[in-house]
Design a protein around this ligand. Sequence first.
Ligand SMILES: NC(=O)c1ccc[n+]([C@@H]2O[C@H](COP(=O)([O-])OP(=O)(O)OC[C@H]3O[C@@H](n4cnc5c(N)ncnc54)[C@H](O)[C@@H]3O)[C@@H](O)[C@H]2O)c1
Length: 269
Amino acid sequence: MQRLNNKIAIIAGGATGIGAACATRFVRDGAKVVIGDINIEAAQALADSLGNTGNTAKAVYYDAADADSIKNLIDTTADTFGAIHILHNNAGLMSPKVMDADSTVVDIALDLWNTVLAVNVTSFLLGSKFAIPHIIKAGGGSIINTSSDSGLAGDLARTAYGASKAMVISLTQHIAVQYGLQGIRCNAITPGVIMSEQARVNSQDLVRAIKSHILTPDFGEPADIAALAAFLASDESAYITGQAIACDGGHLAHQPQVADVRRSQTTPG
Ligand SMILES: NC(=O)c1ccc[n+]([C@@H]2O[C@H](COP(=O)([O-])OP(=O)(O)OC[C@H]3O[C@@H](n4cnc5c(N)ncnc54)[C@H](O)[C@@H]3O)[C@@H](O)[C@H]2O)c1
């Protein structure tokens, strides 16, 4: 018996990177998975490759910035598979173009702020809003929201990204409180640097700077998030809800001076 047998899951933003790893893992663990993404070519290719394993995956075009498109993703899943048990809200604007323009409070353009919040957090609200009645009808289930350790501390730039990811944690708690008695658990994952293809093309200076602040020898991979997401999706985590769970190599788990002390210990003189 696989732990996601008989479960119907949606990965919203599942075509590449962390979302693709989660879709792959959920299918491997027995779920039927709908991969929603604006990058429909990559979503379709992934669904085809997972379908070829004899398991079930379906790609659906969805634009996280468009409420009707989000509703269509949810309704198509319910119509196709008859139920929804798991929603993983994962879409995020990660391109260098957006990340580089996402600057300081004084300099950020209002349009950019609104775009980042629409995709990174409003889409999570809407996906949950439309999916929750289906999940309750199915007897309960699990909502997983991809936040970030950027939502847990301030930074020199990427104001909209950090604020959006902090909002995801609060949204997670509100869902957990409001629908817990109806059998819905909701948890956020706060990844640190995870070596998705997108992260590899983002600012390598920033990635290098973070390296001395993690406690593990290497950065995480999308499969590390997928392992946690599969646990949170399954009944094995039945008593865990309303939490923001870090998967970040201990990035925020240490005294701020640890990297400086380590450097001084390895620097002669
Ligand atoms: N990689 C990291 O280091 C890291 C760290 C913390 C949090 N995260 C979060 O993890 C999630 C996945 O990031 P990733 O690194 O795998 O990057 P990614 O770019 O591979 O994944 C983002 C996915 O969202 C989709 N997407 C973007 N805009 C969309 C839209 N308007 N409508 C529908 N889909 C859309 C993309 O096509 C892609 O499939 C994001 O929410 C990101 O903020 C990533």
